[in-house]
Design a protein around this ligand. Structure first.
Ligand code: AMP
Ligand code: MG
Length: 472
């Protein structure tokens, strides 16, 4: 093997109770779909032949220096505590420290069964693999903290889902895979020694300035508040905000049934498994607080005085909605051109959103069009926009940077759900061109790209995707 991945593995040095060591399971006929050369270069991974990339990123060969393992964690799934989950179809190969000094995990997803597979087959099918590749890379280009995609490989095997589907393996990169659920498993087992080791590890890796559990809790609350407000500002719906899909790093993780809004409706739910709308667009701001309450609960055993800690953590969690409101206001104010928001701007923004909702206005295109005078065309009744715009124009009139700010905060391109579904259908039929085109266009989401206007259009009635299936 000539590929050099400069592994520097720290998770594998944690006690054996944190994971199970095992190799990925080889696949029949691996075929490389994509390798992310920019990300590889950032991670100091050297170039090699496609043949070798195919072997390594299918799991058919284990690269030198890797310490493959499946991580253990628990989690609340749709509010229900599951005391043991873990990587049921993922294997962490190890970590590298990149050219930017950042330590990143390299994880194969869909790489075969593990001791945590329960009844699953340990595999992923092509659709969710390509969805995660495109959407996570698009989120990165949009400036959102997120896991990334290093490679995608077809396995040459068919797997059983709603129907027989072509299998694939995604190589995911993350600044770590530590989840709220990783803390929960040791707290639930009352294993305070392991909990303390996880705390020390997390602090050293992500929050070196945090010496106490309450400081860690606050740091995670701050990052998650900012993250969810940023999701909302882009019309992003995660779809499955279980505590095992909620990172300590503050990165977006697990692109299963995620989707972006087309027309604005705050009650939008895409996920086919989210029957009660727990993880709908607007609910995300509430659910993240609930998730942070679970993190707080898991950290309690590390605090010296339980009663005092409960009181303090409660205050921290109760203060989170206000933090989210501030982050939301800053993001949405920028979207309408305001650099320094005032409290009363929330009403101006809320009024626009209400009118958008009532007029079937496309979320992304309406905000982008505020920069070129065509936003009214997005409304079924354009005068609903005009009467709002009078107050808005007065608000930004004296700011020469307003239009530029609108263009920098409102993308022209997002990974629209119907385009993703069309891309997946093409890839299943053997045509990867739409996948590569989506990646190329979405790598520059804030640039006008006249030859990609078709990717800006919301779905025609026949193209609307009503539900997105869970990424299993
Ligand atoms: P997710 O909803 O994708 O975050 O997955 C929740 C849990 O189910 C995790 O522990 C996954 O590893 C596990 N899981 C999901 N799909 C499979 C599969 N096909 N085989 C084994 N485990 C799976
Ligand atoms: Mg998950």
């Amino acid at each position: 093997m000539t590929l050099n991945i400069p592994f520097d593995n720290s998770y594998a040095a944690l006690p054996a109770g944190f994971y199970s060591r095992l190799d990925p399971t080889a696949v029949a006929a691996p075929d490389l779909i994509s390798f992310n050369r920019d990300l590889a270069a950032l991670m100091l991974i050297t170039e090699t032949s496609d043949a070798e990339l195919t072997m390594l990123f299918s799991g058919n060969a284990v690269p030198e220096g890797a310490a493959p393992l499946a991580q253990l964690y628990a989690g609340h799934q749709f509010g229900q505590f599951n005391p043991q989950l873990g990587d049921g179809r993922a294997i962490l190969l190890g970590e590298t420290v990149g050219r930017d000094g950042v330590r990143r995990d390299i994880q194969l997803k869909g790489s075969g069964p593990t001791p945590y597979s329960r009844n699953g087959d340990g595999r992923a099918w092509l659709g969710p693999v390509l969805r995660e590749y495109v959407v996570s890379e698009a989120m990165h280009a949009l400036g959102v903290p997120t896991t990334r995609a290093l490679a995608a490989v077809r396995t040459g095997e068919m797997i059983q889902r709603e129907a027989m589907r072509p299998g694939a393996v995604l190589t995911r990169v993350a600044s770590s895979h530590i989840r709220v659920g990783t803390f929960q498993i040791f707290a639930a087992r009352r294993d305070v020694i392991a909990l303390r080791q996880l705390f020390d590890y997390t602090v050293a890796r992500h929050y070196p300035d945090c010496t106490t559990p309450d400081a860690l809790l606050q740091a995670v609350i701050d990052r998650q508040a900012a993250l969810v407000a940023q999701w909302m500002s882009l019309g992003f719906i995660h779809g499955v905000m279980n505590t095992d899909n909620c990172t300590l790093s503050g990165e977006t993780i697990d692109y299963g049934p995620c989707a972006f809004l087309d027309f604005y409706d705050p009650e939008t739910v895409f996920s086919s498994i989210d029957r009660h709308g727990r993880y709908g667009y607007a609910s995300q701001a509430d659910i993240i607080v609930w998730n942070m309450a679970q993190l707080a609960t898991a950290l309690l055993p590390l605090m010296p005085d339980a009663d005092a800690a409960v009181a303090q953590f409660t205050d921290q969690v109760h203060a989170m909605p206000e933090l989210i409101r501030q982050e939301w206001l800053a993001r949405f104010a920028a979207k309408i051109g305001i650099g320094t928001p005032k409290p009363e701007d929330a009403a101006l923004i809320g009024d626009l959103l209400t009118r958008m909702h009532g007029n079937q206005a496309d979320f992304t295109n309406t905000f982008r069009a505020l920069s070129d005078g065509t936003a009214r065309d997005q409304f079924t009744d354009p005068t609903a926009f005009d009467s709002w715009a009078e107050g808005w124009q007065a608000r930004i009139a004296s700011d020469p940077d307003a239009i530029q700010r609108i263009r920098q905060t409102n993308p022209a391109f997002i990974p629209r759900n119907h385009r993703i579904e069309q891309m997946i259908a093409a890839a299943v039929a053997g045509d990867d061109a739409p996948f590569h085109r989506l990646n190329a266009v979405l790598s520059r989401p804030f640039d006008d790209q006249p030859d990609a206007e078709d990717l800006r259009r919301p779905p025609a009635p026949s193209e609307v995707v009503a539900a997105t299936f869970c990424g299993t």
